[in-house]
Each structure stands twice: as structure tokens, then as C-alpha cells.
Design a binder for this molecule. Sequence first.
Ligand SMILES: [Fe+2]
Length: 182
Amino acid sequence: MEGDLQRFMRRAREAVAAQDGEAARREIGRLLGELSRSGAIALDGVEVGLHGSTATASTVLARDPGGLTLMLLRLSADESTPVHDHKSWGVAYTLRGTDRHKHWRRLDDGSEPGRGRVAVDDEREVGEGEFVDWPDPPHDIHSQQGVGGPAYELVCFGRDPMAALRDYYDPERGTVRQELAR
Ligand SMILES: [Fe+2]
């Protein structure tokens, strides 16, 4: 029998095949809500440090051969994640707590190695049962932090974010470095 996770992955795959980017992401946000309410997600399943910091922990819940990946994330309230990208569109759904989600825009053209100027172009608090989505690069730069306590999120990516080099930005210095997911 198809479990709740498998059902989510199948329907997310169908949404991506049937609809253009923004419509598919909204449908996936709705499907993440269904998955959340199914009770199939245990919040203590979060294990591995992400971005090499104690601020965030994550674990991969499901991975599709086509690249679609579902992760469970815990965001600390003590420290923001670095400003980073995933080389993929994504949808982040808050299971518990509140995520302060900043979306960043790249200002330079990337022609100078190591330089990368970014500025916040959207900042919002994503509460329980709400989601935020973003399109493919170069529009996939963000940072996140729990508000008043840890926030737990389901994040669905179009491509496996653990497989690609990602960019980490230092907004104050205007620099960027590429690293494998950590
Ligand atoms: Fe991220």
C-alpha cells in the first residue's frame, strides 16, 4: 500500500509534470499541508547538521530519481542560517513554530570570482500551516531563522539540494564561496 510519504512524492511529481512553475509550487504547498496533517512526519526525525552550523538540523525524508527531494528541517531561534542557495526551486512549509524567511537578490553579475553582492528583497514570518516558495536560480537565495523558539519545516526541492555545490554569501563583505552541502 502507498504510504503518506510516497503519496506526497507521487502527487508532487504529477503537479510538476502538469503545471507551470508557480502553479506547481502552490499545489506542492497544499500537498505539504495534507502530509503535515496526516501525522506521518515525526519532528524528532531531524538529525544531521546543515550548513555546518548548530543553528539548523535536517534530514532527507524522500528522494525521487527525477531529483524531487523532501527534507525535514529544524531552524534554531538563536542564529540565522547563512545566506545560501540550493540551485533549485523549492517550497518550505512550517510544521511547528515560525520561520523568519528572508529572500535575497543578487546584485552583481557574478563575473568577478569570489565577489557576490546580495540584498534582502523579501522578509516574512511563515507561521504554522503556511508556506513560502521560490523559483529556480538565480532566484533561490535565502536565509532562515526560528522566531521565539525552534521552527520545524518540510521543504520540497525540485532537484536534490545535497548533490550540487551551493553558494554561501557574506552580505557584509559582498563575497560568495561555493561548497558542497554540509
Ligand atoms: Fe535553504
